[in-house]
Design a protein around this ligand. Structure first.
Ligand code: NAD
Ligand code: MG
Length: 378
């Protein structure tokens, strides 16, 4: 038996972070967390540290317990991601804050299990170049992209005719276009099939999450935007489809749990026996429905896909404006309908900024955040 692989888990206190620790708990012979990081939530992090005794602990903001030896500040993500004892970096940070750690981990030759999709949206070309330049590899955790990776099973982009990414449709799937803009915070956080952190839950209600995922798929699999479609599938059982050039279509199915895609990102291309993840039963699943996206009711999706197609700084502007608008919505400072309006405003003013280097993309990100902030009423 070989020694367990070291896992640096960035964002350990979040939804993906805690699901990852549940997965690692079942496979203590294969994996051990060597680094845990969080943003605040010091007592939750302390409880994880007491259970797992990682060699490295980092807290991005917040005060480490006295004498704990924990690192603090945003640089702790990069320290954790580049540690020699980390074979795998599972990036479960939310937002563009995860980008530098992904780049550092790839440069250090790590396997990056990427939940932090914003990394690829802000700087897809830079991240993919970092992945192909060094010995690092990038494996998606996002369930749709894990599904696509599993369906591809080693086939290349040349074999793909089309990707079809499924979307649950979120809590407002059946709401009228007139009613959605005045949805409350509680309405938006009431996701029908997935239990997730608050930012991605709001993204799933606006369908901005699906735009982030289309851009993520474009970079991960090298498929042009006109060959990536989105279909609404309320049961969240089919996690995505791949249509091949010969017309054959493969899909990956499972109950809506992130534990399988997390585990697969750790073991790809291998599969573990006795994974312990929830089993799928077609009879329990029953009928599976597929519906077109109602673009007029969910304008953030089209805005994001257009930003992806435009390339350059536009995806970074889309992502940053969305992050800030969602934070303002959750703070009660914007209505639900204003989220897409503020994204559209930022894209109108900033999308054509230069965006070919990391510095330019980070500047576009910062500019888009200022754009949304400056338009918030006090
Ligand atoms: P979450 O809010 O539950 O957790 C986020 C984690 O990141 C926490 O540990 C938090 O302390 C940390 N964090 C927050 N801000 C940070 C910052 N500025 N710097 C460093 N660390 C920070 O979020 P989540 O639902 O676990 O999502 C994490 C990522 O995974 C997101 O990119 C999300 O889109 C993606 N994702 C989540 C799910 C899911 O089921 N939750 C599914 C697919 C993809
Ligand atoms: Mg997803």
């Amino acid at each position: 038996m070989t020694a367990p692989l070291g896992v640096a888990l960035l964002g350990s206190t979040g939804s993906i972070g805690t699901s990852t620790l549940r997965v690692l708990d079942r496979h203590r012979d294969r994996f051990r967390p060597v680094a845990l990081t969080a943003n605040g939530r010091v007592s939750e992090l302390a409880a994880q540290v007491a259970e797992w005794s990682p060699a490295f602990v980092g807290v991005v903001s917040g005060t480490p317990p006295l004498g704990s030896g924990w690192r603090s500040g945003p640089e702790c993500l990069i320290e954790a991601a580049t540690r020699p004892d980390a074979d795998i970096v599972l990036n479960a940070v939310v937002g563009a804050a995860g980008l530098q750690a992904t780049l550092a981990a790839l440069a250090a030759g790590k396997r990056v299990a990427l939940a932090n999709k914003e990394t690829l949206v802000v700087a897809g070309p830079v991240v993919m170049a970092a992945a192909s330049a060094g010995n690092g590899t990038l494996v998606p955790v996002d369930s749709e992209h894990s599904a696509i990776l599993q369906c591809l099973a080693g086939r290349t982009t040349a074999d793909i005719r089309r990707l079809v990414i499924t979307a649950s449709g979120g809590p407002f799937r059946t709401w009228t276009s007139e009613r959605i803009p005045s949805a409350t915070i509680a309405d938006a956080l009431n996701h029908p099939t997935w239990s997730m952190g608050s930012k991605i839950t709001v993204d799933s209600a606006t369908l901005a999450n699906k735009a982030l995922e289309v851009i993520e798929a474009h970079y991960l699999f090298g498929v042009p935007y006109d060959r990536i479609d989105v279909v609404v599938h309320p049961q969240s059982i089919v996690h995505s489809f791949v249509e091949f050039t010969d017309g054959s279509v493969l899909a990956q199915l499972g109950v809506p749990s992130m534990e399988l895609p997390i585990l697969y990102a750790l073991t790809h291309p291998e599969r573990l026996p006795d994974s312990g993840v929830p089993r799928f039963d077609p009879l329990t699943a029953g009928s599976l429905l597929f519906e077109p996206v109602r673009h007029e009711a969910f304008p953030a999706l089209g805005l994001g896909i257009a930003a992806g197609r435009a390339g350059g700084a536009a995806p970074a502007v889309f992502n940053a404006a969305n992050e800030e608008a969602v934070a303002a919505f959750l703070a009660g400072r914007l209505s639900f309908g204003q989220i897409a309006q503020r994204i559209a405003g930022a894209l109108d003013d900033l999308a054509v900024r230069p965006g070919s280097t990391l510095e330019e993309l980070l500047e576009a990100d910062a500019e888009a955040r200022r754009h949304v902030h400056s338009r918030l009423s006090c």
